[in-house]
Design a protein around this ligand. Structure first.
Ligand SMILES: [Zn+2]
Ligand SMILES: [Zn+2]
Length: 269
């Protein structure tokens, strides 16, 4: 499917009302304001009926379309609420089979790792430019929020909102992902930083040594790559809990940890 086909499919779904219908008020002015304001603010989960309905369609194919993939790249995934909500919904609908998110986040972490390949006096400034989002969260842009209503069956919404599959995945891997939680997101003094807080500190001139952050991004990418590969038949079973944990670390790094710690995980390390 080429870009035009992808856009046509996207538009059709939109027209059919599958992708939400309250975006009409958004225009390019909103986009400019959004870019000035920086990343969208995270809100607490659970997702609304409309958000679940959207994700149910989205994870079945749209996520792989080239046009959508570029929007996800430009925004480093989605805002906190929608990134974590999407992971939770995918874990629920696919019973913990997280191939789609693994593919997406290997791609994003590979780009993040590439962004750290900067040297010289303007190193931090160049990194900031590369790590900044250049587009909005696509679900926010389409007007999805805690008040969105959907047309999905009640049972489907209930199923998509069930966090137990994701919590089981997180429980099994927590010793590894917990080490990567941003110390600013949860105010615990840890040195790890998510991308939004890394950007904030670097912009304020409060970040000089990138070595630790670079190493963390590299570590997440390498483990996530093993996890992604384990979905290929001949590599089944080659992934460890540390590899699987990298998916949670990657989403936390890209979008921040607040919705995760506040709404899904509440028991500490
Ligand atoms: Zn969003
Ligand atoms: Zn943070």
């Amino acid at each position: 499917m080429d870009g035009n086909d992808a856009r046509a499919t996207w538009r059709n779904r939109w027209t059919l009302g599958i992708l939400g219908n309250d975006r009409a008020s958004r225009d390019t002015t909103d986009m400019a304001q959004w870019l000035e304001a920086g990343d969208a603010t995270a809100e607490d989960l659970p997702l609304s009926d409309g958000e679940i309905h959207f994700l149910w369609w989205f994870i079945q194919g749209s996520i792989m379309e080239p046009d959508i993939r570029w929007r996800l790249r430009r925004a480093w995934g989605m805002c906190g609420r929608h990134a974590w909500g999407a992971l939770s919904a995918e874990a629920a609908f696919y019973h913990g089979f997280l191939h789609g998110p693994a593919v997406l986040y290997v791609d994003l972490m590979e780009r993040a790792l590439g962004a750290f390949q900067v040297r010289g006096a303007l190193q931090v400034r160049r990194l900031v430019r590369r790590l900044r989002a250049t587009g909005p969260c696509l679900m926010c842009e389409m007007g999805y929020n805690a008040a969105s209503r959907g047309m999905a069956r009640e049972k489907l919404v209930e199923e998509g909102r069930d966090t137990s599959a994701l919590r089981a995945f997180a429980e099994e891997t927590r010793v590894y992902w917990w080490k990567t939680v941003c110390g600013r997101c949860i105010a615990n003094g840890a040195s790890a930083r998510c991308r939004p807080h890394l950007l904030e500190e670097a912009t304020l001139g409060a970040m000089r040594d990138l070595t630790g952050h670079h190493a963390q991004v590299q570590n997440i990418f390498e483990h996530l790559r093993v996890y992604k590969q384990s979905f290929v038949w001949e590599y089944h079973g080659t992934d460890t809990a540390e590899d699987r944990a990298a998916l949670i670390s990657a989403i936390g790094w890209c979008s921040g940890w607040l919705p995760w710690i506040g709404s899904i995980w509440s028991t500490g390390p």
